[in-house]
Design a protein around this ligand. Structure first.
Ligand code: NAD
Length: 335
């Protein structure tokens, strides 16, 4: 089948080509949006990533141009209007699980780096500054960590932190028995905000979780809390978080995702003037550590993503269901 792959980087090409058997892959560096949807003209399958825009207008155009399957190279699908896809008879498939360890380990890496000031220590030592002033950390095992969302990723975070000896509490509308079995205690959200020294977000972005971490939630949190977000940027109200950093309510902030990341992440903008003032303000805080949506980026995860993506397409081409479809469309194929 003819597949248009959007938001492609060199590493995507390498992994997808290795997993491809006999499909015709056309790679576009650009993000999919209303402006670029014309590039998908004549492609029955398009393959997209986290910041591609699949709103109602884009889906209408894709349907008109002959697209019948959208396959996401990620687990989250908050960027797809599933209702519009359904109306236009477009099937949507994703990679529900490729390496929960990858993202969980990255979330813990952010916690450890912020706690022990690794980002400052790295620069100091390179500068010949071996002073320890300002680098004081704490023993992880003495702290209470609150996990919001104990699905595939959050439950691995729980296991890792359990190994550190942390007290682990969690909020999830569907508690995970494996987490309960290792001693994770489920509490209400306000209780989690009040009790946790470290809060880490692993819920999906949906209408219920958009700006979950807002001014009201922040005021319930402990003074000096550490907040980690490797989920989706819009789970956090960034303006409220900036205010909480200024008031020192938040003492550490680790982000792998950012609400407006679509204009920034996955590109080299080192020679350009960044226009996003909120993002630039975040960078001025010494206790903020940001990575550019790299939580998923391990060899194992990339390989699994490519293999599942190509399997989703193979099933579609054979008129079969892979089990990775989301939404309500039946798989239809005639080519
Ligand atoms: P998952 O579906 O296995 O788990 C999500 C959990 O969140 C579920 O247990 C669900 O019950 C829970 N949940 C739903 N609504 C909630 C709410 N209102 N409050 C608290 N919990 C709620 O998903 P996952 O594979 O663990 O991934 C979690 C999220 O991580 C994804 O949705 C995606 O946004 C993000 N992610 C980020 C990266 C990255 O590179 N940074 C990579 C993969 C996934």
């Amino acid at each position: 089948m003819k597949i248009a792959v959007f938001s492609t980087k060199e590493y995507d090409r390498d992994f997808l080509c290795s997993a491809n058997n006999d499909h015709e892959l056309t790679f576009f560096d650009t993000r999919l949006s209303a402006k670029t949807a014309i590039l998908a003209d004549g492609f029955p399958v398009i393959c997209v990533f986290v910041n591609d825009e699949l709103n109602a207008a884009v889906l209408q155009q894709l349907a008109r141009q002959g697209t019948r399957l959208i396959t996401l190279r990620c687990a989250g699908f908050n960027n797809v209007d599933l209702q519009a896809a359904n109306i236009h008879g477009i099937s949507v498939a994703r990679v529900p699980s490729y390496s929960p360890q990858a993202v969980a380990e990255h979330a813990v890496a952010l916690m450890l780096a912020l706690n022990r000031n690794i980002h400052h220590a790295y620069n100091r030592v390179r500068d010949g500054n071996f002073s320890l002033q300002g680098l004081l950390g704490f023993d992880m095992g003495t702290r209470c960590v609150g996990i919001i969302g104990t699905g595939k990723i959050g439950s691995v975070v729980a296991r890792i932190l359990n190994g550190f000896g942390c007290q682990v509490i969690a909020y999830d509308p569907k508690p995970c028995p494996e987490c309960e079995a290792i001693g994770v205690r489920y509490v209400t959200l306000p209780e989690l905000y009040q009790q946790a020294d470290i809060i880490t977000l692993h819920c999906p972005l949906n209408p219920a979780t958009e700006h979950l971490i807002n001014r009201e939630a922040l005021t319930l949190m402990r003074q000096g809390v550490m907040l980690i977000n490797t989920s989706r940027g819009a789970v956090i109200d960034t303006d409220a978080v900036v205010a909480a950093l200024k008031s020192q309510q938040i003492a550490y902030l680790g982000l792998d995702v950012y609400e407006q990341e679509g204009d920034l992440f996955f590109k080299d903008l080192s020679n350009q003037i960044i226009q996003d003032d909120v993002f630039e303000r975040l960078l001025t805080f010494p206790n903020v550590l940001i990575t550019g949506h790299q939580g998923f980026f391990t060899h194992e995860a990339m390989s699994n993503i490519a293999q599942t993506t190509m399997a989703n397409i193979n099933f579609f081409a054979a008129g079969q269901v892979s089990g990775n479809e989301i939404g309500t469309n039946l798989i239809k194929t005639d080519t």
